[in-house]
Design a protein. Structure first.
Lengths: 616, 509
């Protein structure tokens, strides 16, 4: 039981060691960085094994009392149950594979330059924060992890700080997620004021007693939590930071912006599901946010040329699915998809990292082409990962998780959301295979050098295996944590819905093949028409949210600060000394030293006095 | 008696430093004397902490507070003025902080100050002495004496060893501005003190300046409100509260590093201390009545300071303006009057002292390397200064309230505590967290990120600089992870303040 803290201690020690000994050799830094997470993963595996084979009872490990003032007594305590076990497995397991891959990737990306230690110090710190987020037994500790992952995300997006654009991307990511964080913080204040505790399990017990279903305060609390979730998980309306976050090294995108951090919002809502069940309207809103985001992001992904941006929009879209699942009350389906998505999206990102290095830092898919011959491994894992993303039926893990979401949304009566999900499934297949066909088929335009070594191959192969139907055999032990909603009758309706979603994915694949395999004449024709060009512009810029926010928020803020630069209050106060100085200079001129002038003023003064006396 | 030592050690040390300058002593001698003096102060304070018990349960309202130590000597009997020093948990925390920042101020001037070393340290140590006096005095006359006394050496520090900034921002101007602002507001406090004393005299027929006696004076209505305002304005200038903040950016930016550290770290905190110790207990009802106004001012301060910080180009001015924003939280915390918020105020004050000191020292170290404080001429410094940017990152993150640092605990305890009584104020104040992120990250961005102007290393940290930074970093994180260390000391004192608030009939919210 005491081992739980060890999962955090190892990466923390790694991060500290790497921070305070920055001159460490690259190989040592990579070993410490990946090794510490590996140890953490081993401990996690043991914990999950004993949890699943044992009685499966949740437990708490209290490390110390963090703050105690009156009844405000959040502890530094870790809580382990089925949901935490699932997240722990994903974070340390996938996290370790990504760290391992990163030791290969960064060696080539840095090319002998400094910064290996710094990279792994941030990465390990991220693992620490992410584990605190999912293991924290109270919302205060969860918030520590929540902000901590934001910090690490900021540092890693801006890892190549010499490029101003990267630094601004990091800035944007931090700021937008912080806006969400503030909502979450206010939610915490509200929870504490209402319940007098921040302990998650106590809150979940007390919430139904304090609030009736539909209670306005429950809705407010749920809305505030949702505000935090949409920021971290890049959902509408706080989604604009994620594509820019691709400025970070590719393993960072795999770890933070695909597998773990961006799914924190899903975790939060699932963890606090009781509150959302008390606020049905907000829960419905969660589903709507997910549905709208998955569609918007799906269209945007269609019109990207940067391989990482395609994947970024697809991540946004897939998290939209998870939100949709939460919104229809399919809690376990959301977490299941979270886990499966972590496998295949990490795979796709790592594979794209491998491609990018192989193509000498080229990220534009239009400049790749024909890579299937020169990069057979990358091609194979891209096909596997892409198939899982597109949810091709039966053989991929993604099919099982996404299908469950679509079925449950249909079965629970949310037909509009289901339809949105279905359209999204079509889009997903289309943009995924567009990317694969453009990058790997057609004429070779670039001379690629395939990656070598176990640190490169092993993570790709393991994740590829997990992305097939084999991965779907892993069933998260969520029965005790989240309410299970059975979809009702399992008759022909379910079969029809499943076949429909499978068919949609295959049609998407077929359309992608028709458009982008071979000469691509049809695709070019579509894109060059006036409507096509307009849509390309709109979707390439992801519906223009960046421009909108720039006009509505950024520029007015800058204008305000520019007006304010002189500090008006201070300037007003400064008038007083200026007046005094003016008066002073006026009086100084009277002291001219000329006798006539003095005599005149003497007379004038006396005359004035006399007049005043006479007429006063 | 130990309180007297605590008070007089810095004064004596200062005199020694000054004398050693003119004699044929080695040039470094004043620095070592000053360092030893400050270490002695810290040692005394630590000894008081380790041997004392500050967790005594508070008595009923109106009981004598549980002074852990006190000393009382007659001074001017005719007017009931005595030399009365006393120490409880609140004063102890502030004194430990003062001593610690005093050490840092001495160490960070080791290279920066090269002329009139002895006289510099005289001023530095006398500021510390004055501040310690403010934190110990419980006779209002004595308090006022120290309150005014700490201004004078600060004035010299800015005027003689300061930097002259761009167009019109001269160090002399800044020093004069600082002096006039604080002096004028100090006069208001003097008037209020005298008013209070005379009010007490008219009721009882005896003159006294003793805090313990005066706070029993039943005062109501307008007179209490006006007297309270006198105190409040004096403290508001020092905190600073927004319309009265004009002196702060200039003074901070133009002062030498040690001066900025002392200003941000402890001089601002004397104001919050004054509110907690005097403005509220002496006039509980009027303060409760005034609380909504005070909190509104705090709110304005948060946003005003944050906006101002964002638009600065001088790195020290940016940090100075961020202090205005942070002190807005403190003001809200003090006047929300809940124990949680008040405890948050304590943590916030200590944490802000650490993070602001860290940032100011870093600015000083950057200045020593590239001889500018203009952020437009920086950029891309991250890889060129050894470990310095890493430390800067931690303090910047602390200043935007990253969990794990003391600043987070402070701000969030304030917000958690105040939410009970004034939820909308808290909601509005929370927006300040976003603004804090904006100006803090812009600081990081302009100074450290971007393309370096050159590849040449500017030199890493030497052991002196490194150990200062490391110490501050450890303390910042310690406060974030184990805030109970501080909260336990101040618990009783803060409970008393909430009791005072509870006595007062709260105005309808």
């Amino acid at each position: 039981m005491n081992l739980l803290a060890l999962t955090i201690v190892f990466p923390l020690a790694g991060s500290l060691a790497l921070s305070f000994f920055p001159r460490m050799a690259d190989r040592a830094a990579a070993t410490i960085g990946a090794g510490s997470v590996g140890l953490s993963a081993l401990v996690s595996a043991w914990l999950i094994y004993t949890f699943v084979t044992g009685d499966g009872a949740a437990y708490t490990q209290t490390l110390w009392t963090w703050v105690s003032v009156g009844d405000f007594t959040p502890a530094f305590a870790l809580y382990f149950d089925g949901l935490a076990a699932t997240m722990l497995g994903v974070i340390t397991g996938v996290g370790f594979l990504i760290h391992m891959f990163a030791s290969w990737y960064m060696k080539h990306d840095l090319d002998g330059g400094p910064g290996m230690g710094r990279f792994f110090a941030y990465m390990n710190l991220f693992i620490v924060a992410m584990l605190l987020l999912v293991l924290g037994d109270n919302l205060f500790l969860l918030f520590l992890g929540w902000e901590g992952v934001g910090l690490c995300s900021y540092l890693l997006i801006g890892y190549y700080y010499r490029d101003e654009a990267n630094a601004w991307a990091a800035f944007k990511a931090f700021l937008i997620t912080r806006i969400g964080d503030v909502f979450l913080a206010i939610g915490l204040f509200l929870m504490f004021a209402t319940f007098g505790t921040l302990d998650i399990q106590t809150l979940l017990e007390q919430a139904p007693q304090a609030w009736a279903e539909g209670d306005p305060m429950a809705s407010v609390a749920a809305l505030l939590l949702l505000g935090g979730a949409v920021g971290k998980s890049a959902q509408l309306p706080l989604q604009t930071w994620l594509p820019d976050a691709m400025a970070g090294p590719t393993p960072v995108s795999a770890l933070i912006h695909a597998a773990t951090m961006v799914t924190a919002g899903v975790y939060l809502i699932a963890r606090m599901h009781v509150v959302f069940e008390l606020a049905p309207a907000v829960l419905a809103l969660v589903g709507v946010v997910g549905a709208v985001t998955l569609l918007l992001a799906g269209f945007a992904a269609l019109c990207q040329t940067d391989i990482k941006r395609v994947l970024a929009y697809s991540t946004m879209s897939q998290i939209g699915y998870m939100f949709l699942a939460l919104g229809v009350g399919a809690w376990d389906a959301a977490i299941f998809h979270l886990m499966i998505h972590a496998f295949f999206k990490a795979l796709l990102f790592l594979a794209s990292g491998s491609v990018i290095i192989a193509c000498h830092h080229e990220q534009n898919i239009l400049k790749m082409g024909g890579l299937r011959k020169s990069l057979p491994l990358d091609y194979a894992v891209f096909i596997i990962g892409g198939a899982a993303l597109a949810a091709l039926p039966l053989v991929t893990a993604g099919f099982y998780s996404k299908d469950e979401i679509l079925w449950l949304s249909f079965a629970n009566g949310h037909h509009v959301l289901w339809f949105a999900g279905l359209v999204g499934a079509f889009l997903t297949a289309l943009y995924t295979f567009r990317m694969i066909f453009i990058a790997f088929h057609g004429e070779a335009q670039i001379k690629a050098h395939a990656g070598r070594g176990i640190a490169h191959h092993l993570p790709l192969i393991v994740l590829a295996v997990l992305s097939t139907f084999l991965g779907a055999w892993i069933h998260p032990p969520l029965a005790d944590v989240l309410p299970v909603h059975e979809g009702g009758d399992h008759g022909t309706t379910k079969l029809v819905v499943e076949v429909l979603s499978a068919a949609v994915a295959i049609v998407g694949l077929g359309l992608a093949a028709a458009l982008f395999l071979g000469r691509r004449q049809m695709a070019d024709k579509l894109a060059s028409g006036p409507l096509g060009r307009g849509l390309w512009q709109l979707w390439h810029n992801a519906w223009g949210f960046d421009t909108l926010y720039d006009r509505v928020f950024v520029r007015p803020y800058l204008l305000l600060t520019r007006l304010h630069r002189r500090d008006w209050i201070n300037s007003t106060v400064n008038v007083a000394p200026q007046l005094a100085l003016m008066l002073n200079s006026a009086l100084v001129t009277t002291q001219s030293g000329r006798l006539r002038w003095y005599a005149l003023s003497l007379f004038a003064g006396a005359a004035l006095l006399l007049i005043a006396l006479l007429f006063g | 008696m130990i309180l007297c030592w605590l008070l007089f050690v810095p004064f004596i040390g200062g005199l020694l430093c000054w004398q050693l300058e003119s004699r044929h002593a080695p040039a470094q001698a004043p620095r070592w004397i000053a360092l030893l003096t400050m270490l002695l102060v810290v040692g005394l304070a630590l000894w008081l902490w380790l041997t004392g018990d500050y967790s005594l349960a508070g008595g009923a309202v109106g009981d004598a507070p549980n002074w852990a130590h006190q000393i009382r000597l007659p001074w001017i009997d005719r007017f009931g003025i005595s030399f009365h020093l006393a120490l409880d948990g609140l004063s102890l925390i502030m004194i430990m902080l003062t001593g610690f920042l005093g050490v840092l101020a001495v160490v960070c001037s080791w290279r920066e100050i090269t002329n009139r070393i002895g006289f510099f340290h005289l001023n530095l140590l006398w500021i510390i002495g004055g501040v310690v006096g403010v934190f110990l005095a419980v006779d209002l006359f004595l308090f006022f004496f120290f309150w005014e006394m700490m201004l004078v050496p600060m004035y010299f520090l800015i005027a003689l060893w300061g930097h002259s900034g761009s167009k019109g921002n001269t160090r002399i101007g800044a020093a004069i501005k600082f002096f006039i602002y604080t002096q004028a507001s100090g006069l208001l406090m003097l008037v209020s003190i005298l008013g209070l004393v005379f009010a007490h005299y008219s009721q009882t027929g005896t003159f006294t300046f003793d805090y313990m006696v005066l706070r029993e004076t039943p005062l109501t209505g307008t007179i209490a409100y006006v007297l309270m305002l006198g105190f409040f304005i004096a403290f508001a200038v020092k905190l600073p509260v927004v319309p009265l903040h004009g002196w702060l950016p200039d003074a901070h930016a133009q002062a030498p590093t040690a001066g900025s550290v002392d200003l941000a770290g402890i001089l601002l905190k004397t104001a919050a201390y004054g509110m907690l110790r005097f403005a509220i207990p002496l006039f509980p009802e009027a303060s409760a009545q005034f609380a909504p106004v005070a909190m509104a001012l705090g709110l304005i301060g948060i946003y005003y300071g944050a906006l101002l910080a964002f638009s600065q180009t001088d790195v020290k001015r940016l940090i100075a303006c961020s202090s205005i924003s942070h002190m807005g939280f403190v003001l809200i915390g003090i006047y929300s009057g809940t124990l949680l918020a008040l405890q948050g105020v304590i943590v916030q004050m200590v944490a802000h002292a650490f993070s602001a000191a860290g940032l100011f020292i870093i600015s000083g170290q950057i200045y020593e390397r590239i001889h500018t404080r203009d952020m437009r001429q920086m950029g891309g410094l991250f890889g060129r200064m050894g470990a310095l940017p890493g430390f800067a990152l931690v303090f910047v993150m602390a200043s935007l309230g990253m969990p794990g640092t003391g600043n987070f605990i402070g701000e969030f305890l304030i917000l958690f505590g105040a939410f009970d009584t004034v939820p909308w104020v808290v909601v509005a104040a929370s927006g300040g967290l976003v603004m804090a992120a904006i100006y803090s990250l812009v600081l990081m961005h302009r100074v450290y990120w971007g393309t370096p102007k050159s590849e040449a290393s500017l030199g890493g940290l030497d052991p002196r600089e490194y150990s200062m930074m490391l110490l501050l970093l450890v303390l910042t994180l310690w406060l974030g992870l184990f805030p109970n260390t501080v909260l336990d000391i101040s618990h009783t004192a803060m409970t008393e303040v909430t009791d005072w608030f509870a006595v007062a009939p709260l105005p309808s919210r």
